[in-house]
Ligand binder design. Structure first.
Ligand code: PLP
Length: 399
């Protein structure tokens, strides 16, 4: 692995950082901004980025925008010296608006239209991902401007979301595509993979890195152009209701596997969830309640079609509590506001007896929550209030 200098870290003085967010502030924030509310704490984004960078010191971290494409997250990470992982033209617009240098971006959607490629190239992003010959062929037209990474598939049925089911090719197909690229004059810069989101053990990364190392060494022996980049994807886990290992411990076997790569290979990663999951805290209010089959149902102003959409799309289990209510604890049902019967957040959760208007607090709500929320039934999405952004103008501003 190429031990290049890690991204510049810029430490700021305490003076330009706003006071940190704490849950105790939620009632006042809801009184000011309304309910439902999501608080985005950029101090947490910064902390998570630095923790992952320390755990993978020679790896360039490209934040994958998909889990939380928020301008304050982009500004905070850009200020930290992070790089970015884009997948759509909308994501290109978001980093461009934040004045991110396009050289710090890669475009990793394996399937795109020529117009999407043109759009990213016009911004200045010139590294793209392909995983099949049909897609590779599109790059003949862009061969003088674009480099490609070939995405491999390593199945991971245990992950929250097995991202190697929909995308990626086999090692043999990758080698065949490298040969095709050579014939077509397209520059293959490297290999990439995504072991699956919220991957709980490092062995999936280790096996994928070793398989890529074999490809890197065997293609060099075949006389194919040298591979200079390995992209180890995202998937790094965070603790929701269950604890996961600390990121430094988690990454130790990954660091060891990366050390086996040829020295000329530069390693990059595409973390999404790990960077932002802890950064958002939700507040929702009880709109009404009913007794059904001996149980209390509380109907909240946020639900499965809103900030809790991750329950449906991301298999999410968020720590939920009612820290401002003091009644006796009992088992209850928490439901969302829409008229749809699947809009239930929890069928069985122990909470104090709640009054209408009481606040329900949900944590670890930063990744794949508001990003996938809808306004079904005309229930508006939760407003996002920002704390601690690097752009001091936007500190405590509303998104
Ligand atoms: C979603 C995605 C990521 C981010 O994955 P996390 O599991 O959130 O870290 C990275 N790269 C690609 C290509 C993705 O689709």
């Amino acid at each position: 692995m190429l031990r290049s200098v890690p991204a510049t870290e810029s430490f700021r003085t305490q003076a330009d950082i706003a006071p940190s967010f704490s849950i105790a502030q939620l009632p006042a924030l809801v009184a000011q901004h309304g309910s439902p509310l999501l608080v985005l704490d950029c101090d947490s984004v910064r902390e998570q980025y630095r923790a992952l960078q320390a755990a993978l010191p020679y790896v360039t971290l490209h934040y994958a925008l998909k889990p939380l494409p928020h301008p304050a997250v982009v500004a905070t990470l850009a200020y930290e010296g992070a790089s970015f992982d884009l997948a759509t033209s909308g994501e290109v617009d978001l980093v461009r608006a934040a004045n991110v240098a396009p050289e710090r971006c890669i475009h990793t959607h394996p399937i795109k239209r020529p117009s999407d490629i043109r759009y990213a190239l016009d911004y200045g992003c010139s590294v793209f991902v392909v995983d099949n010959p049909n897609e590779l062929e599109k790059f003949i037209a862009f061969k003088d401007e674009a480099d490609v990474l070939i995405r491999l598939s390593f199945r991971n049925p245990q992950a929250k979301s097995d991202l190697s089911k929909k995308f990626g090719c086999s090692p043999q197909q990758a080698i065949e595509m490298m040969q095709l690229a050579k014939d077509w004059g397209i520059h293959v810069k490297g290999l990439s993979f995504h072991v699956g989101s919220q991957t709980l053990t490092a062995d999936k990364y280790v096996a994928a890195i070793r398989a890529c190392n074999d490809i890197i060494r065997s293609t060099a022996a075949l006389g194919l152009p040298a591979i200079s980049t390995l992209d180890i994807g995202g998937g790094f886990p965070v603790s929701y209701c269950e604890e996961v290992p600390n990121i430094d411990v988690f990454c130790a076997p990954i660091r060891a596997a990366l050390d086996e790569l040829p020295e000329t290979v530069h390693v990059i990663a595409e973390p999404g969830r790990f960077i932002v999951a802890k950064a958002m805290t939700g507040a929702a209010s009880v709109m009404g309640q009913a007794q059904r089959d001996g149980k209390t149902w509380y109907y909240l102003d946020d639900g499965l079609y809103g900030s809790f959409s991750g329950i449906a799309f991301d298999h999410g289990h968020y720590p939920i509590s009612a820290p401002f209510s003091t009644g006796e604890v009992q088992s209850c049902v928490l439901a969302g506001p829409t008229c749809d019967s699947i809009d239930v957040i929890s069928e069985d959760i122990a909470l104090p007896v709640l009054n209408n208007g009481d606040l329900i607090v949900s944590q670890v709500m930063g990744a794949y929550t508001s990003a996938t929320a809808t306004e079904f039934n005309f229930f508006p999405k939760a407003k996002i209030v920002v704390f601690g952004a690097s752009n001091t103008d936007s500190v405590s501003s509303i998104a």
